[in-house]
Structures are given as C-alpha cells and as structure tokens.
Design a protein around this ligand. Structure first.
Ligand code: TRP
Ligand code: ZN
Length: 885
C-alpha cells in the first residue's frame, strides 16, 4: 500500500493567491543530466488576498535547491522551510515589490515521466501543463498567477544549435567552450503552465501569414532532419486555422512568431505553450505514403486546436484547474467547427458523436463519472477526460444551438473583450453569453456541475381527427458517485417531422399563428416531463428526434423497423439519417446476441438490413465518406453499451455474423463499388479522392469476411500495390484479420519497408494488437520483446498495450482473466516509469461493473492488486481506488 492516501483538492476551497508575480527572468544552463536553473521573480502581495500576513509558499518537486536570495541577500536555511513539495518563506518583506532569486538543479535524463524538463531522444523539451513547472523551479504553480517571462538559454553549440522559448527572440551570442546563448521575451503575461523551452539539433520549415490588421507572422515547424519532408501538411493546416479564426471568430494572432516543435516522446497529443507549441510527432508529420487520410485530418484538427488555444486558453486562461473545460471544451468545439467547415460537416458530426457515445457515455456511467467542472480531484492529470473535453464541447455546442450562430458570436466577442488577460471561470463564460444576448442560463449552468448522461424518452401520438401530433418528452438522470439526486437540465431538443412523401413537414405548435420557416425546431426541455402539440398535419408524420444530436443525452424513442428504414431513406438531417441505420443495425446485432447466448446458431440474414443496404448501395451519393459511414456497422463498443451485462464474445460473434451475411447477399455490388472506386490517386486529398478511398476500403472490409482465395488475392494486391498509407494499412488490416496465407509475409514486409518510420511502426504494432483472431494476447506478449518496442515511449505503449486493451474486446476479455492480468502487470511496470501513462491505461478495468460475474471478479482483483502496490503513484491510486469504491 501507499504510506498515506494522497491529498484531495476541492473547488470549494479556492482562495485567491497571496502573492502575484509581475515578471520572471529564467536562465537555463542546459545539460542532459545536470541543468542549472536560475529564476529571478518580481513579487508583490496580492491586494485581493484574504490574508495580509500570509507566508510566501512556492511549489517545487524533485528539485535540488542551491540557494535563495531575497532582495539580493543570500537567505540562511533557517529563513525558509523546505519540504518535498514546497519552499516556504514565513517572513516576506513588508515592501510593495521585492525580488526573489533561486537556483535549482534538475536531471532531465532521469525524467521518464515526461513532465517538467525532459529528454526526447537527444532533444531537451518541456511539458508544464498542468503542474510540471514546479519540476523546473520553485514558483507559485497555479494558473491565476500570470507573469511576464524572459528566458535565457545557454547550451553547447553542437548538441543544441537550436534554442527556443516563448515569445520573441531578443538577443543571442557566443560564449567560450563552444557554447552559445539565446534570450527570449514573451510580452504577454501568462501562467507558468504555458512556459516552454526546446533545445536540440532541429531543422525547420518556414512560411508567413499576414493577419487582417497587416501583421506579418513568421511560422516555423521544427523537426528532426529525417522528417523535414513530412511537414508541409502541418504548415498548410496552421495557415488554414489562422485564417479560419480570423473569419469565424474575429480573432487574430498576437506575436511576430509562431513555432511548432514535433517530439517523439509525448504524453498527450500536443500543448499550446504561448508562441511555442510542442506536439507529438503523430500530429505533425504526414506524407501520403506514411500517413492515412484520417491522420491528415487529425493533424489539421490538432494544429487548429492548439492554435485556437491562443485566445481560448492563453489570452484568457483558467482561474483554477477545476475550470479546465473553460479552455478545453470551448477549444474542442472550435476545432470541431474548423474541421466541419474544411471537410464534410455531416461526417465530422458523426465521428464526434461516435466518440462521445461510446467512450464519454461509458465514463459518465462508470465509477469515475464527474461533472464537466469537477468538484474535487487527487491528481489533476486524471481529469483531462472525455467528459471535460468532449462533453464540455457539447455543452458549448448547446449554447451555440440555443443562441444561433450570431448570438453565439456576440457572446464570444463579449467574452474576449471582457476577460482578455484574465484567469476566469466557466461561469464567466456563460455570463458573457447571457449578457450579450439578454438570455437566462441559470438552469443551463447545471450542465457544468451535474455528472451523468441524461436519458430522454419521447412518445408520439398522432390524432387523425384533429390532425395533430403530440410529443410527450420525459428527462431523467441516474445517480452518479456523490450525486444521488439529479435536477432537470435545460436540453435543446431538435426535432423534425417527415411526411409520407419523405419531405419535411411545416412545423406549427399549438397556439402559433402559422408554421415557422425552418423544418427543424429546437424545443426547450426544462421540466422532468413536457408535452408539445404540433398542429396542421393532415397525414401521420414520422418523428426525427434529437436532430444533429442536439444534446449529449441517451435517447429512447420507440420506433419500428419500417420507420427506421424510412428515416434512413429520407431524413433531411444527415446525422439522424445515419443514426437510423445505426439503430436498425444495432437492434439486429443485439437480437443475434440473444440467439447466440441461447445457444442457437445464427439464422438467415435479416431482410430489413439487407434491403436497407441494398438501397444505400444502389443510390448516387455526392459525399462518399458519408456513404462509407452509413455502411459501417456500429462498433462492438457501441453495441455493448446498449446491453445490461456485456458479453464481449457474443457481441463479437453477432456483429461478425451480421457482417458476413450482408456480404454474402451483396458481394457483387460491393465488388463493383470496390473496383469503380479503386483508382490510383495517391497524394490527392480532395473530398472526392478521400471519399473514394474510404468507400472502397469499407467495401474491402466487407468482402474480406468471405475469407476466400479470390478475396485474399485482392487484399494482397492492394497491399503490395498501394502508394498511400490509407490503402496499404486498410489492406493489411484485412489480411491480418483473415486466414490469408500471406499474413506473416505481409507483416514482415511491412516492417522492413517502414523500419525507419516510428509512426508507421506504431501502426504495425496497433494492427496486430487489435487483431480479433484468437491468440492475440500471446502475439502481443511476443511483440513486447521486439527490438522496436520501448515501455518509455508513450506512442509505443498506446499502440501495443493500449490497442490490445481498448480496441480488442474479444481478446482482452478472455474468460481466464489473462488479458486483465496482462494489463495489471503493465500498469504496475509503467507506473514506475510514467504515472500519467500508467493511469490512462487503467481505463478498461474501471468498467468492471458492466461485465458478468467471473469477469467482474477478475477485473476487480487486478484493480485491488494495483491499488495495493507499494509506492504506487497518486495518479494510478486515484483511478484504482475510485473505481473500486
Ligand atoms: N492542453 C493540452 C491540449 O489539450 C493537453 C495537455 C494537458 C497535455 N496536459 C498535457 C499535453 C500533458 C501533453 C502533456 O491541447
Ligand atoms: Zn486543448
């Protein structure tokens, strides 16, 4: 066991800082194992502090303190107190402003947690969000202390020819012993979590962007020399993001220089440090032969996300870490809209909702459920969650839906004007939305403090005599840990009515003089139960409920197969049209699950599904990416979430059998579509080419279910002939998941071809880890010993261990518990290296309540073993104990 339970931090305990930092000058004498950091702080009492006699308390961890000077005087050790977490000076000067100087030493090479200053290959870099700055020097490490940073970097010219930090480069020079220095100045006050430095042998590409006000901004992307030919897409994405934020939000960039650095060792996706973003290579590097179309889209999305943080996160930051969704929810909403504007809006919405419904809903229904604005935490790094990011973005999207695009823009304009340069709360954001629009979001604010996914039940009844349709809508929310009673939420509920001819009906609510011009109506749900009566409907319409997924709720809407097929054929709302197909397919897969559990052999193919597919496959579609999604069966995770008790084997078998039967029925048409869309247009990234690749590879995925020699040959031909990664990896996936005799040969060839490309080798690991054939665990165990595997590299860990535990349910949940034991072993091993990564790996075990008796017991055993491990980190301790509670 841990010696003591780690401390819990509560939102209700927030108090303003006792001291403010006007400016800080940092000097780094860089060395892999012994970096010297000197810091010179200009401090003053905070007039808003509740305690005028408060001691000066600075945070610092794993630092070797050399000396402290107060107003130039060396402090004797009895003048300050040092603990493993703090440096406290009880008696600070009475004067207005005073200077504190500190020297610390740190060892970047020993820093495998990748937080603070660390080494990624030969490059020194930093990660300070959320609380990593305290591993660099003693400082008030909280986001509401905003200071002006000046940073001088000193290092060996050969090892560290490039020396970067936030802001503008203001001076540089040579030193003796082959060293040089560069001085950086960031004119914008910022919290220390946005501090960054990078030192290494890096190459870069450069471009310029001219803002509407005429500012010329130099754009640079820094990578290792070997990757210089994979930066073009990232640069184009950055320019697109800058233009988009100018046009859609009226926001322009504020420094003369914007730098992005790609590093191979990184805990998350990317980090928005002011003027110096640091990225996981995964979200920068892309070349047609090494990156898939999905990778291209993700690069653009993440580049946009970090760029958008410059206003939503950096210029306006969070008062405390409970407000994390203030910047993350809003910035995710902004990056989602950016991608929607740049590609297919319908496809983007479907992808986002898929993620929310499979992963965030599971989080919200499990032991770690928490509100978008949490009330307490042990380790803040555990709260960079799907709830804070994705549900947080849905909450912002609901404000956008309620206010309309113009009202929303008025709200953000006021927010930027009112709070520029401040550290604020989620409530300040909602207040700006209210004040700019004269709206009242008192009830809406509950979305920030209430955890759990609300359930919405809709019943419709049509009365032919009065030509009216009544919707009875009920909302409720199950209890979540610490929140037994739930209050009703303000839910924007978008509906449409579709007439027998397939066209949208005019919408007129009882009491209204005439129908509205729009054929989608946003109803305000505010009560546990409400009724809405639509009038002037000469024929019975079909209800299209929760159009565009207008709120993050579980919808219960009794609707039969014929109506689903009708919506699939006619709904003018592309999201609901797709969703009707998903509901239809899920129901059929679920009834197959029941057959399998009852010991029956799967029957004949389902006529509803076959005819729906046949229709979709015969129509002309302008958006082929959308068609590809329409044809994709709901994932095993999605189907599982609909079950009371998950049976991973039955779900897998049922989904596979439905897929196989559809293929048997429709193989001619699938092959025809495959052939007509299989063209050589590698390097082409317009929507048409991307759509053709997507559709073709979905067809190949179906056809590979036939598992015969003709299809084997087709898969191998595509694999060997591919000149882009989308086609190559899709074909390899089919080969590896079938009984294709060339499986081993293809895997080996792929490895040899891409040995030098880390990100492609990550795909090679992930593909094998997620292979649903039996024996996957043994193969994964074998791959752990592969020379390319490294437990200290998070991308590798995610691609092998993460993919096996999250993307391979049928193998991970093996009844003998070997998958769980495997995960337990690796959480414990990883915890000694990188607690943030170890903690994220615990995820699949936290869902134990969703499984049957023996699996529950075996999963719990691993959680107990993890929680009871000597010296386990606070990160993993919090995840394991909270999910057992
Ligand atoms: N703020 C970052 C983003 O969402 C994410 C982030 C938070 C992060 N903590 C991190 C990235 C730690 C890397 C490591 O854009
Ligand atoms: Zn972010």
């Amino acid at each position: 066991m841990r010696e003591s339970a780690p401390r819990t931090v509560y939102l209700k305990d927030y108090t303003p800082p006792d001291y403010l930092v006007g400016s800080v000058e940092l000097t780094f004498l860089l060395d892999e194992e012994n970096t010297r950091v000197t810091s010179r702080l200009r401090l003053q009492k905070n007039p808003a502090s509740a305690n005028p006699n408060a001691p000066l308390v600075l945070e610092g961890e794993q630092l070797q303190l050399e000396w402290v000077k107060l107003d130039g005087q060396l402090l004797k050790p009895e003048r300050y107190e040092l603990t493993p977490e703090n440096l406290t000076i009880a008696w600070a000067p009475k004067v207005e402003v005073f200077t504190l100087e500190i020297e610390t030493r740190i060892n970047p090479k020993a820093n495998t947690a990748l937080e603070g200053l660390y080494l990624s290959k030969d490059m020194l870099c930093t990660q300070c969000e959320a609380q990593g700055f305290r591993k660099i020097t003693y400082f008030p490490d909280r986001p509401d202390v905003m200071a002006k940073f000046t940073t001088t970097l000193i290092g060996d010219k050969w090892r560290y020819p490039v020396l970067l930090s936030n802001g503008n480069k203001v001076a540089s020079g040579d030193l003796k012993k082959n060293r040089h220095w560069v001085k950086w100045e960031d004119p914008f006050p910022k919290p220390c979590y946005l501090f960054a430095l990078v030192a290494g042998r890096l190459d870069h590409i450069e471009d310029v962007h001219v803002t509407p006000s005429g500012r010329e901004v130099t754009l640079q992307i820094y990578v290792e020399r070997h990757d210089l030919d994979k930066c073009g897409h990232a640069m184009a994405s950055l320019k697109n993001a800058m233009r988009w934020d100018e046009e859609v939000f009226g926001r322009e960039y504020d420094l003369d220089l914007y730098m992005i650095v790609a590093v191979g060792h990184f805990n998350m996706g990317a980090m928005e440090n002011k003027g110096l973003n640091i990225f996981n290579t995964k979200y920068v590097l892309a070349r047609p032969d090494t990156a898939t179309d999905a990778d291209y889209e993700h690069v653009e999305g993440v580049i946009g996300h970090e760029y958008f943080h410059n206003w939503t996160g950096n210029r306006i930051t969070c008062r405390d870490w409970f407000q994390l969704s203030l910047k993350e929810g809003l910035t995710v909403f902004r990056d989602q809209e950016f991608t929607a504007d740049r590609s297919s809006r319908a496809v983007k919405r479907i992808e986002d909702v898929n993620l929310l419904r499979t992963r965030q809903f599971a989080e919200d229904a499990g032991p770690l459920a928490h509100p978008v604005r949490p009330d307490s935490y042990i380790e803040i790094n555990n709260f960079y969650t799907l709830t804070v990011y994705e549900k947080g973005a849905e909450v912002v999207r609901m404000l956008h839906t309620l206010l309309g695009p113009e009202g929303f823009r008025k709200g953000t304009d006021l927010y930027f004007e009112r709070h520029d340069g401040q550290a604020v709360t989620c409530d300040d954001f909602v207040k700006a939305m209210e004040d700019a629009n004269g709206a009242d979001f008192t009830q809406f604010r509950r979305w920030y403090r209430q955890a759990g996914t609300p359930e919405v039940c809709v019943l419709s009844s049509y009365d032919a005599d009065s030509q009216t349709l009544e919707l009875a809508v009920r909302q409720s929310c199950a209890p979540t840990p610490g929140q037994a009673d739930k209050e009703p939420l303000h839910i924007p509920f978008a509906v449409g009515l579709i007439g027998p001819d397939g066209a949208d009906c005019p919408l007129q609510l009882e009491g209204e003089p005439e129908p509205s011009s729009a054929t989608t109506r946003v109803l305000d749900l505010t009560q546990p139960e409400q009724r809405f009566r639509f009038v002037n409907l000469p024929q019975k319409p079909v209800v299209s409920a929760l159009r565009g997924f207008s709120a993050p709720v579980r919808l219960h809407h009794p609707i039969d197969y014929d109506e689903l097929a009708f919506l699939l054929g006619h709904d003018s709302d592309p999201f609901n049209r797709w969703d009707a197909g998903q509901t239809l397919a899920s129901r059929i897969i679920l009834s197959r699950v029941e057959q399998i559990k009852a010991g029956g052999t799967p029957g004949a193919s389902d006529p509803h599904l076959v005819s729906a597919y046949r229709k979709a496959l015969s129509q002309d579609w302008s958006d082929l990416s959308y068609l590809a999604l329409l044809l994709t069966l709901p994932s095993e995770d999605y189907v599982s979430a609909l079950m009371k008790t998950i049976d991973p084997e039955a779900v897998h078998a049922a989904r596979q059998s439905v897929k196989r039967e559809l293929t048997e029925e429709l193989q001619d048409r699938l092959l025809e579509l495959y052939r007509s869309n299989h063209r050589d247009e590698s390097g082409c990234f317009d929507e048409g080419a991307i759509g053709r690749r997507k559709l073709k590879n979905v067809c190949l995925g179906f056809l590979s279910e036939l598992d015969n020699s003709a299809i084997h040959a087709l898969e191998v031909a595509q694999f060997r002939g591919a000149r882009n990664m989308t086609d190559q990896i899709a074909a390899l996936g089919c080969v590896v998941n079938s009984s294709n005799p060339e499986r081993q040969a293809c895997l080996e060839d792929f490895y040899r071809q891409w040995e030098q490309e880390d990100l492609v080798i990550d795909k090679w690991f992930a593909l094998q880890a997620s292979c649903h054939r039996s024996g996957a665990l043994e193969r994964v165990q074998g791959l752990l010993a592969h020379r390319a595997f490294d437990l200290r590299n998070p991308n590798r860990v995610r691609s092998l261990i993460g993919a096996f535990c999250q993307a391979n349910p049928v193998n991970f949940h093996r009844l003998d518990g070997s998958g769980y034991r495997f995960l337990g072993d690796h959480v414990i091993a990883l915890d000694g290296i990188n607690p943030q990564i170890a903690s994220r790996m615990v995820g699949p075990l936290t869902q134990w309540r969703r499984y049957g008796g023996n699996r529950q017991k075996l999963m719990r055993e691993q959680l107990q073993r993890i929680a009871g491990t000597d010296g386990i980190s606070a990160d993993v301790f919090e995840m394991a104990t909270k999910s057992l509670a």
